[in-house]
Design a protein around this ligand. Structure first.
Ligand SMILES: Nc1ncnc2c1ncn2[C@@H]1O[C@H](COP(=O)(O)OP(=O)(O)OP(=O)(O)O)[C@@H](O)[C@H]1O
Ligand SMILES: [K+]
Ligand SMILES: [Mg+2]
Length: 684
């Protein structure tokens, strides 16, 4: 994003303060049952501030200051909770603002029926329109490049200043509205209707306008509401109990006690944690279509990764020609070049380059201009051409070529397998080269594993995530690379539908699966996966199928996405643990003090030695309010995540946030009690 380093500025802070008040609207508050109870508590205590005997009893003017103070603190508590949510939303709003600025009123050159171009407002462009963009112009809409090749400045969207190449055909054909064409000229087919553009969706997302509670959030909200109900019953029983021991507790004290006991900390921070998680993903240049996708990333059990380009560097280049049977090297080079004449893939280009650089070949390329191009596809795993005279030239995966020859009744040279295996054992990709039912030899494609991959897979393993490498390559190459990279499992000779099968198999065992992809043939698998991370350069179909888009088009980012998802879940879990531990501790911290005057024996339990029942209540409710802003930074930044096993992580968090949650209130409440006693307001 253009402002990915966006921190909480003065402006965001000011807006959040205003929003905190706006959110007091009960129709908004009711979505958060715990904090809604606090708001009701505020209203009731406010009434009791003016009419202390509203619910009976005979409280004199002496009661009023206490009621006013409690009412005020409850209001502050609600506002602090609202503020936490507002400040989390603030960053997104600021981002949305800057994105909107890139969406100024552009004009577009639209092709009319007579093939001339007319100037129309970009907002009128519809799916299927053909437009032309010249160097220096903004690209007015999302689309696919149909003609031309040019460099594009995508910094408005990705924050990355280095220009990227976009051109017709292949995997780099999609362009995003709001980016700028730097060179040349593109003819683009518009892919979306007004209001549905990538920029529009992104604005909606960062703004949180379309934010819905995720299933996990809903479950937790229900749990917290249940706890609130339990504590409500606990508090209601205290009044008859007090009567029984010939004492009495006033309504305001009971309300204050209730607010102390219900899980207000997590209630106040829950939505901020979710928004901050989305925000973290966005600042990582990944756009998640929903909070649910981010959460799913945190729960992922299986990670499916491509070999070429994800685990390896991906510039798989021809490095050697190896003839087989009775064929000579120069014969092989000629056929290999022929098979790659029209092959625009990096592999195909590299064959020609290698032949040019290191070999002599006597082909007159012009002679083949009328040959029929047979493009590479992941299904056939072959590429080549058909000559006018019926000659068939192919190169491709060795098993695919073998099958191809066998079907035509040809013969396989005996030394083919041994030579193929030598290449595969080194982790290289062997391509067999054939012309007219004869195999001439092999092309050795070299690929290198990216540095640090082994360590990252090790981390994933510690998180309990299984990694599966998926490749169209042969079993031996696949196993060599898999072993070297340290993935847990691999599938070889995989066609696009094999990925789909793998995902379904894992899911049928109750696992959540994440994968990345870019091509149209990845689209079904991307839709099936629980987390489908699509490269921004990918096709429109793929982008629609997945639930996250990586603006930098880096497939390894899937690993970070999973970590961010985990961090979100762990942050929520930690603060929930802390909040509930806190509430239970408060019960034991203040109850003895409250009842000590009624039941003198309870004095032994009053280990905190709080000044009076009222100061116990006051200290606890002030502590309860202050803990919310104290934890806002943690909710926003997230609990630091370490890749350790689930059990050790749980133990660690129970130690820190569970034990911490029990101890902190004792210290905090005592401190506040000392302060308000010193200020002389402990007995208002
Ligand atoms: N340009 C090409 N011409 C002919 N055959 C090719 C070409 N590129 C790749 N192949 C063969 O087709 C196989 C499948 O290629 P594909 O791109 O589907 O998978 P991959 O790149 O090996 O693995 P990944 O799924 O990780 O990208 C390759 O292993 C190779 O044997
Ligand atoms: K509480
Ligand atoms: Mg590939």
């Amino acid at each position: 994003m253009s402002n990915k380093k966006q921190s909480v500025t003065k402006d965001i802070f000011k807006i959040a303060v205003v929003d905190a008040f706006k959110k007091l609207d009960p129709r908004v508050m009711i979505r958060n049952p715990v904090m809604f109870v606090v708001e009701i508590g505020f209203v009731v205590t406010l009434l009791l501030s003016f009419m202390p005997n509203l619910f009976g009893g005979n409280y004199g003017a002496k009661q009023i200051p206490f009621n006013v103070v409690i009412s005020f603190i409850l209001l502050i508590t609600v506002l602090l909770g609202n503020f936490a949510e507002a400040i989390a939303e603030g960053r997104g709003k600021a981002q949305a603002e800057s994105l909107r600025r890139t969406k100024t009123d552009l004009m577009a050159q639209r092709r009319s029926k007579d093939d001339s171009y007319e100037s129309v407002p970009a907002s009128t462009l519809r799916k299927g329109d053909i437009i032309r963009v010249l160097a220096g112009e903004m690209i007015p809409a999302d689309g696919e490049v149909k003609e031309g090749l040019g460099s594009v400045d995508e910094s408005a969207i990705t924050g990355e200043s280095a220009p990227v190449i976009r051109g017709a055909g292949g995997d780099f054909s999609s362009v995003t509205g709001g980016t700028k064409l730097l060179s040349d000229q593109l003819v683009i087919e518009v892919a979306v209707n007004p209001g549905e553009s990538f920029l529009d969706k992104m604005i909606g997302l960062v703004e949180g306008a379309s934010r819905q509670k995720t299933p996990n959030e809903i479950a937790l909200t229900v749990l917290l509401a249940g706890l609130t109900l339990i504590f409500l019953i606990v508090v209601l029983t205290l009044s008859p109990f007090a009567n029984y021991v010939k004492g009495s507790i006033d309504t305001v004290s009971l309300i204050a006690l209730l607010v102390c006991l219900i899980p207000t900390t997590i209630g106040a921070l829950l939505s901020a944690i979710g928004i901050a998680g989305m925000d973290r993903i966005i600042r990582f240049n990944v756009v998640a279509k929903s909070g649910k996708a981010v959460e799913a990333a945190g729960d992922v059990n299986t990670l499916i990764l491509d070999k070429t380009g994800t685990i390896t560097i991906g510039n798989r280049l021809a490095s050697q020609f190896i003839p087989v049977g009775s064929h000579s090297l120069s014969e092989l080079v000629n056929v290999a070049v022929l098979s790659s004449l029209f092959d625009e893939t990096p592999e195909g280009r590299s064959v020609i380059d290698l032949a040019h650089k290191e070999y002599e070949f006597g082909l007159q390329l012009e002679d083949y201009n009328d040959a029929e191009n047979v493009e590479f596809s992941a299904d056939t795993r072959m590429s080549g051409l058909n000559l006018q005279d019926g000659t068939v030239v192919r190169k491709g995966a060795v098993d695919a070529i073998k099958q191809f020859i066998k079907n035509k009744g040809g013969r396989i040279p005996e030394d083919l397998d041994a030579k193929k295996e030598r290449i595969a054992k080194e982790g290289g990709t062997p391509l067999a080269v054939t012309k007219d039912q004869e195999v001439f030899g092999l092309i050795y494609l070299k690929d290198i594993i990216k540095s640090g991959m082994r360590q990252r897979f090790e981390e994933l393993r510690k998180m309990g995530i299984k990694t599966v490498m998926c490749t169209g390559d042969n079993p031996l190459t696949a196993s060599t690379i898999a072993l070297e990279a340290g993935v847990d499992d691999f599938i070889e000779e995989a066609k696009p539908e094999d990925k789909m099968r793998l995902i379904k198999k894992e899911q049928s065992q109750g696992k959540l699966v994440a994968m990345s992809g870019d091509g149209t043939n990845d689209a079904p698998a991307l839709a099936q996966a629980d987390v489908g991370l699509v490269m921004n350069t990918g096709t429109t179909a793929a982008k629609e199928a997945g639930n996250m888009v990586d603006l930098d088009s880096d497939p390894t980012k899937l690993i970070e996405v999973v970590s961010i998802g985990k961090q979100l879940l762990i942050t929520r879990g930690s603060i929930t643990t802390f909040s509930i531990a806190n509430d239970v501790a408060k019960y034991f911290a203040i109850l003895p003090a409250m009842f000590a005057t009624m039941i003198p024996q309870l004095q032994i339990l009053n280990i905190m030695g709080l000044t009076s029942p009222r100061s116990a209540i006051l200290s606890a409710i002030i502590f309860n309010a202050l803990i919310i802003p104290a934890l806002i930074p943690l909710a926003m930044k997230g609990v630091k995540y370490r890749p350790i096993g689930a059990t050790s992580l749980l133990m660690r968090n129970l130690m820190i946030y569970g034990l911490g949650g029990i101890l902190v209130p004792f210290v905090g409440i005592k401190l506040i009690d000392i302060i308000i006693t010193a200020l002389g307001i402990a007995n208002i």
